[in-house]
Design a protein around this ligand. Structure first.
Ligand SMILES: [Ca+2]
Length: 267
């Protein structure tokens, strides 16, 4: 795909359940759900002139804050606390997706081994969390990711009544660089808006430490990476979200936990 490696890499992910693990980096295969639907084909190219490719220097500057008085956990906003021990998102408010993991060709995943499922442990107050450990390789254009789709079959989910997203994360070793990503209709090829430069999802860079940290992020606090991607809309499109995922960069020996993933509402 001609892009430099490191952190500008296009993201490709394949669910373990699909039985195909490593994708050719030049043909990104988006994460599908564990449903039996085939992996989505590459999105058709939009008609010429339909995509505004104008770079926006600072997307957040164009968007007003969504919650003047802060956020709180939304009613029926739980995406998953992993306590049921299965790979399904909590079946609330129409959500039906599953957890998945993906990796680049030379990356290895140690946990979960085999089927994607929660591990014993997790954040305080629970007994299970999503444990994701392995090693990524500098020779690959991207590293590895764990995520959860909102809908079975990988469709777009309307989360517009929520204000943002919350989750807990920790790393076995201090200072691990992880990027939260929420693919939407503009950044996932299934939306038909991006062609060559998909997967620059709105999200947030995090340096993850060894203590559980709760991250509460309003939609307006999520940004694309600054120097690539097409289209580059002013903000995430909350009424058409694909998934939430946590991506580790190439060249990392990683061991992270994710737990208590939920939507936020305004106070
Ligand atoms: Ca838990």
């Amino acid at each position: 795909m001609g892009r430099p490696m490191t952190k500008l890499a296009v993201f490709t992910a394949i669910p373990l359940a699909a039985g195909v693990f490593a994708a050719c980096a030049s043909q990104p295969a988006p994460p599908a759900d564990t449903a039996s639907t085939p992996a989505p084909a590459a999105a058709p190219a939009p008609a010429a002139g339909t995509v505004d490719a104008t770079p926006i220097a600072d997307p957040v500057a164009n968007v007003p804050p969504t919650c003047a008085h802060g956020t709180k956990a939304a009613d029926n906003g739980l995406i998953d606390d992993l306590e049921d021990g299965n790979d399904k998102a909590a079946p609330l408010d129409g959500r039906s997706g599953s957890w998945w993991i993906g990796k680049a060709d030379h990356a290895t995943i140690a946990i979960p081994a085999g089927a994607v499922k929660p591990s014993a442990g997790g954040a305080e107050g629970g007994k299970h969390g999503m444990h994701f450990a392995g090693k990524t390789d500098n020779s690959d254009p991207w590293g590895a990711a764990v995520g959860v789709n909102f809908l079975a079959g990988g469709g777009f989910y309307d989360a517009s009544k929520y204000a943002g997203i919350s989750f807990k994360i920790k790393s076995a070793k201090p200072g691990l660089d992880v990027r939260l990503k929420i693919n939407d209709v503009n950044t996932h090829p299934d939306g038909g808006q991006c062609t060559k430069e998909c997967f620059n999802a709105f999200g947030r860079e995090m340096i993850v430490g060894t203590e559980w940290k709760e991250m509460n992020l309003m939609w307006s606090e999520l940004t694309q990476q600054s120097d690539w991607g097409n289209p580059r809309p002013p903000m995430i499109e909350p009424h058409k979200l694909k998934d939430i995922e946590w991506q580790v960069w190439p060249g990392a020996d990683f061991d992270i936990w994710i737990d208590d993933v939920r939507f936020l509402a305004c106070q």
